[in-house]
Design a protein. Structure first.
Length: 369
């Protein structure tokens, strides 16, 4: 049965997308969640996944076309037990010659790791062989293309203006002591190899994830005048990008990961945000967001809620300050200001304060992370 594969919505503010690259061709059998195309939005170039299984019967949209959300970009032949689009189209077939491609093993490995279709690359090696240098050049081009002509600041301003206009924000801040966490992290990393060592920002985020399990009112969407709690915690993380602006991809189902798995997932997400290769689900299915100023020097940051989410946590600069310990002794200790911006239609200051207290409780008990 025919199914019109539509241009997906990759965010609440997306009306159209530019098809940058097809990763499939007519006759290919594709699986659910398989990456099929790269689409440019106002935020980045995103890897689009198919939500149906089937065979590609026709490619409708051409690379470079700008297509409205919901309009068909390809036609699949799918099984009858899958949900179908009522629109029917004539099937067309396309036969391409199977050409053997010469590529060095190390170049092929890099291409596969970075989701690069090397069949479209003209090799510069002996007898046209694709070399590692060719793949590196393609990767740089892909990264630059991800931000070509993209006015991130304009897109961000539009979303944030809508958020401030429609969402009744309230704000809370709590200064938290990190001595226990820092000591635990230092001892733990001594036992781990460099690639497996835990990152402090990832542990701070883990504390937020664990707290969200206890406060589901902070995790979900406000749609059609009501709140819908999410069954998963898809943690959106704000990353600054080349040329200015911010992208907020999410670690999907972060609540189902161990501390080590989450630590690696954050590093992988950061790498793909910088180099390209984000998936549409990672940009469109975040349920809660964290913004982190890191080492930029600002002690505190108050985020603006990313609609239709209902809360965002801001993590300030970690620093040493005079503190009074449990023995009422004055000493230098590690502290961080963690802020909460939340939707007053869903929660209130009392609940928000309890949520911040739960984060602090987890940071003071690193083994709970």
């Amino acid at each position: 049965m025919n199914y019109n594969l539509p241009m997906p919505s990759l965010g609440a503010d997306m009306d159209e997308g530019k098809l940058m690259e097809w990763k499939i061709k007519v006759g290919d059998k594709i699986l659910k969640n398989q990456v099929i195309a790269a689409v440019e939005t106002t935020k980045s170039v995103v890897d689009v996944e198919s939500f149906r299984e089937g065979t590609v019967m026709e490619i409708i949209a051409k690379e470079g076309d700008v297509i409205q959300v919901g309009r068909p970009i390809a036609i699949l032949d799918i099984k009858g037990d899958q949900i179908l689009d009522s629109t029917k189209s004539e099937m067309k077939t396309e036969i391409k010659e199977n050409i053997r491609i010469k590529i060095s093993p190390v170049a092929k490995k890099m291409a596969e790791e970075n989701h690069i279709d090397f069949s479209q690359i003209k090799g510069t090696g002996a007898e046209g062989e694709i070399t590692l240098k060719d793949i590196e050049t393609k990767l740089r081009t892909k990264t630059e293309k991800a931000f070509l002509g993209v006015n991130l600041r304009q897109a961000i301003a539009a979303v944030m203006s809508r958020s401030k206009k429609e969402i009744p924000h309230y704000y809370l801040k709590k200064r938290m002591n990190l001595d226990s966490l820092m000591n635990w992290l230092d001892e733990t990393n001594k036992k781990l190899t460099p690639p497996d060592r835990l990152l402090l920002p990832a542990l701070l985020m883990r504390a937020v994830i664990v707290a969200l399990k206890k406060f589901p009112e902070m995790n979900g969407y406000f749609k059609e005048d009501r709140f819908e709690a999410s069954s998963n915690i898809n943690l959106g993380i704000a990353f600054s990008v080349k040329g200015g602006g911010v992208i907020v991809p999410a670690v999907l189902e972060a609540d189902k990961m161990s501390t080590s798995e989450f630590n690696k997932a954050v590093q992988n997400l950061a790498m793909r945000t910088k180099e390209g290769g984000l998936k549409n689900r990672e940009l469109s299915e975040g349920t809660f967001t964290i913004t982190n100023v890191g080492d930029l020097g600002s002690d505190e940051v108050y985020g603006i809620i990313f609609p239709p989410q209902v809360a965002i946590v801001g993590i300030g600069h970690i620093r040493k300050e005079p503190i009074i310990d449990r023995q009422d002794q004055l000493r230098a200790g590690f502290v961080v200001d963690i802020t909460l911006s939340a939707d007053h239609r869903v929660s209130d200051g009392l609940l928000g304060a309890r949520f911040l207290n739960e984060i602090e409780k987890k940071l003071n008990d690193p083994f709970s992370l």
